[in-house]
Design a protein around this ligand. Structure first.
Ligand code: GTP
Ligand code: MG
Length: 438
């Protein structure tokens, strides 16, 4: 009899009509009873208690409830529990968070460094994981690198290196967004090594990797956190859709995992969906969040978030912002106000102003850095979507021009798809060269 009742409960939960045996007046009570019985977080048990044991305490209500439905004699509590157990187990497993963020000891994650010791030694990346994201990076840049390689190969087939081929090579490299400066350096190095001689595609790739690595190495830096001043404030800026909110989620995951207390602030107050999106990331990563109502003043929110983060001892505060470049004047005023307000609370805040760049946008990313650097005093970059059909060459041009640190790269939409930026890996992926040192 108890089993019949359980079946009724589960069929009801799956949004099917309750079995006809249920008395009509009892049906209204079903949802609550079901929640009490089968949704683990409604059980109000401590973490270290067995949820099934906890159920035993509630089993009487099973029997009682059954009684109200079927007017049958109540089942013994133990019987009800043993019958419920297998069904309940199914519901307990999925309720585990998809990406549990268990705080561990307080060691900064890879890609961050502490201002206190200033000896950034990135944590080793597991070989398996490393392979996966490098492959994604290569795939993302495959179109750029394949196109470039085939053009270079056809340029040098059966030709000795002369002025014209050097000029053609430079043009190819500029078309791949690498920037005039780097294109010229690659051509110069090639010229000094092989002028008047045969040149293979591999020669060019090798020199490309060398020159690109030289440009990128000085900017491939960890994001330094000054944990002596709590909270360390990271303001995240960038054009719409470049990956600000997603990147904030990924950063929060890394920091929370290393045991740091993270607060997020939903500073993009113009879209309800933006606020909601950040709430979801906060939930997934175990970070706290401060948000306000739609259309509220973003600087006011930043102020409130800072005060709360300081009062509750949060290590890091990450502030999301809107990126409406179409209304540049308004955006500029808003970002300036956020920076000004934070500066009143802590003269060094925001300690980091991070700009996200979408790798699929190409040349336009260069202008975006120019604009946001002026508006918000960008202090470092993260390039996202390098797993897509990326045009990553522009990062070389940006680095040569702005020399801003590049902390991480986004290689997917998932919580772990953010990797510390590595100059050589990136250079090899652009040149389409297989890694030599892994
Ligand atoms: N493939 C891929 N997608 C990404 C990456 N980073 C972000 N995205 C996706 O890009 C889209 C835009 O990302 P958001 O984080 O919402 O961008 P945003 O800058 O906050 O956008 P606004 O709030 O509109 O200004 C989302 O669909 C993300 O899932 C990445 O590294 N790889
Ligand atoms: Mg956003």
């Amino acid at each position: 009899m108890a089993l019949g009742f359980i079946k009724k409960i589960f069929s009801f939960r799956k949004d099917e009509p309750a079995a006809s045996a249920a008395a009509p007046e009892a049906e209204d009570d079903l949802p609550e009873a079901i929640e009490t019985l089968i949704v683990p977080d409604k059980l109000d048990h401590e973490d270290d208690e067995d949820p099934l044991a906890e159920l035993a305490a509630q089993a009487e209500s099973v029997a009682e409830f059954e009684h109200t439905i079927d007017a049958e004699p109540a089942a013994e509590p133990e019987e009800a529990v043993s019958l419920l157990a297998p069904e309940i187990e199914q519901y307990i497993q999925p309720v585990e968070p998809v990406d549990p963020i268990a705080p561990v000891e307080r060691v900064l994650p890879a890609g961050f460094s502490s201002a206190a010791d200033r000896t950034p030694e990135p944590l080793p990346i597991e070989p398996e994981k490393r392979r996966t994201w490098i492959e994604r990076l290569r795939q993302g840049l495959a179109r750029t690198s394949a196109q470039l390689s085939s053009q270079i190969t056809s340029l040098f087939t059966k030709r000795k290196l002369d002025e014209q081929t050097l000029q053609d090579l430079e043009d190819l490299l500029i078309q791949a967004d690498l920037g005039v400066e780097t294109a010229m350096r690659i051509a110069d190095t090639l010229s000094s090594e092989r002028y008047g001689k045969d040149v293979s595609g591999e020669d060019v790739s090798r020199i490309m990797v060398g020159e690109i690595t030289k440009v990128l190495t000085p900017v491939a830096k960890p994001l330094e956190l000054d944990l002596a001043h709590k909270p360390h404030v990271i303001l995240v800026v960038g054009v719409n859709g470049t990956g600000k909110t997603t990147t904030i989620g990924k950063l929060a995951a890394k920091l929370s995992r290393s045991g740091l207390k993270v607060m997020l602030a939903a500073g993009d107050t113009f879209r309800a969906a933006a606020i909601e999106q950040l709430h979801i990331w906060a939930e997934r990563t175990g970070a706290d969040i401060v948000s306000t109502k739609l259309g509220a003043d973003a600087a006011g929110l930043a102020y409130e978030a800072y005060e709360k983060a300081r009062a509750s001892g949060h290590d890091v505060l990450i502030i999301d912002t809107a990126g409406r470049l179409q209304n540049k004047t308004e955006l500029m005023a808003e970002l300036e106000k956020i920076v000004r307000v934070l500066g009143r609370l802590d003269p060094d805040a925001p300690h980091t102003v991070l700009q996200t760049l979408d790798a699929t946008t190409g040349q336009n990313a260069l202008n975006q850095v120019e604009i946001f650097r002026n508006i918000a005093g960008v202090s470092g970059l993260i390039m996202t979507k390098l797993d897509g059909t990326a045009r990553g060459g522009i990062l070389v041009a940006i680095s040569a021009k702005h020399k801003l640190p590049v902390y991480f790269i986004g290689v997917g939409e998932g919580i772990d798809d953010l990797e510390p930026f590595n100059a050589q890996d990136f250079a090899e992926a652009i040149a389409g060269l297989q890694s030599t040192n892994k």
